[in-house]
Each structure stands twice: as C-alpha cells, then as structure tokens.
Design a protein around this ligand. Structure first.
Ligand code: F6R
Length: 245
C-alpha cells in the first residue's frame, strides 16, 4: 500500500483529481468507481474545473458508485444519485446513461444484484475512489465479525448513522439500510484510492497504515491485500496517527 501525505486536505483533493484526470486522458473510456460523502466533494469540484478548462473529456467515461441508501428515491436530495448528479455529473460532459448508482427503491435484493453486475460489466473499474468511515467502513461495509464479498444490503451501524446525520434534518431521517458494493467488488478494481481527512478518522487510519493487521473490525484494512492501493492523507491526519513518510 502506498501512502501519500500532503500539506492539506485541499492538496490531497488536488492530487487525487490529477490522478483521475491523468487516467481519463490516457484512457478516454476509463471506468471509474465513485464515492459520495463529504470527502470527495472538492475532488469533484476540481474535476468540473478541469473539464470546463478543456483539460479532460468525460464523454466516453463510465462510472459505478459504491452505494445507495435504501428507501429514498434518486430524486431525494440525500440520495447518492442526487449527490452525484449535483456534485459532478450535471457539470461535466459525461453521458448520464454511462453512470450507475444503484436504485434505493423497490426490490433491494434485485437492486444489489444489478449493482454486482455493473461492477464487472465491460471490465472492472480502472480506479475506485474511496472515503473511509470513522469505524473503518468502506462503501457501507460496516465493521463486524464477518464481511461480505458481493453487493448486498447492509444495516448501518450507530456510528455511521450518527456521522451521516449531519446531512439530514434530524438523525431519525437517516436511512438504516443501504445497498453497497461488497469487499470483493472493491478489491477487484485495478487501482484503489482512499482519501481521508479529519481527526475523527484517526482510529480507522491508524489501523489501515500503521501495522500489517487485517481485521473485519476495520474493513479498510482489507486494502492491504490490494497490489495497487493508495491512501492519501494530509499532514494533520498523518501526524495524529504518528505516521512518518
Ligand atoms: C460513500 C461511502 C462511505 C463514505 C464514508 C466517509 O459513498 O461509501 O463509505 O466514504 O462514510 O464519509 P465522509 O467522506 O462523509 O466522511
């Protein structure tokens, strides 16, 4: 696993936006695995600016998102489909027909099966972007005594519901279940890039980069088995976990 330490969160986002741009420039029909949450928002802003400046063309790119809440439609302002449209897709020259976010409505099991198929359709992702939960979750694979390899329905933990409550009017509005890629789906990507910032992520990042232990209690540690995994953190977080480059 490669760890990149930057001077600031903004710099981390610039580094990752450059990685994505370089990939798409060298492979215009690249397949990207995308994430939602607070962390990637500045990355998407930078990609929008690069697209506007004519530095990168998304017209042949395909995307698949990690996850979606169960029980809210794609038109709901907290759905991950809505997030992707408003934070990225509406502002770049991507063909929305080439973007996939699982549906959170209807038959959840069938929607998970559809996500599983999309992960592999036309080949696996060239690059999978990841954030990380305070408890080490990636996508919505929550810390547990076991993890699941394929796309499935996950019951969100109290920690995740509390962390995501900031995006909703009240905590009770946070959906309690989500459709998520499984661990095998994430590890199948050719390259995995995880970005983290903020002191709430210290325990999870410590487990990820400070030793060689792999544990289902910190799902992100599975990335240690990937041959091209990159973790991008800022100096504040690196110092807080005691990481020395
Ligand atoms: C989002 C996702 C989640 C987030 C994680 C961190 O698609 O899969 O695993 O990456 O919850 O969220 P933020 O970035 O809001 O701290």
């Amino acid at each position: 696993m490669k760890v990149i330490v930057t001077g600031s969160y903004d710099e981390s986002c610039a580094v990752v936006a450059e990685m994505i741009k370089d990939l798409v420039v060298s492979k215009p029909n690249a397949k990207l695995g995308l994430a939602t949450g607070g962390t990637p928002v500045p990355i998407y802003k930078k990609l929008i600016a690069m697209n506007e400046a004519g530095e990168v063309d998304f017209s042949a790119v395909h995307t698949v998102n990690l996850d979606e809440y169960c029980g809210i439609p794609g038109t709901h302002d907290q759905s991950y489909r809505y997030f992707m449209n408003t934070n990225l897709f509406d502002h770049i020259n991507i063909d929305k027909a080439n973007t996939f976010v699982a549906s959170g409505m209807g038959d959840f099991e069938a929607n998970a099966a559809e996500l599983e198929a999309k992960v592999y359709e036309g080949g696996v992702a060239d690059l999978q972007l990841l954030g990380i939960g305070n408890n080490g979750h990636i996508a919505f694979n929550e810390a547990s005594d076991h993890l699941i390899s394929k796309a499935h329905i996950e019951t969100l933990t109290e920690s995740t519901i509390n962390a995501n409550a900031r995006f909703f009017e009240k905590k009770e509005d946070v959906p309690t279940k989500a459709i998520t890629m499984g661990m095998g789906d994430i590890l199948a990507a050719k390259k995995v890039v995880l970005v983290a910032t903020g002191l709430a992520k210290v325990p999870a990042i410590k487990g990820l980069i400070m030793d060689d232990v792999i544990t289902t209690q910190n799902p992100s540690t599975m990335l240690k088995m990937h041959t091209d995994a990159v973790v991008v953190i800022d100096k504040e977080l690196a110092d807080a976990v005691g990481y020395k480059a």
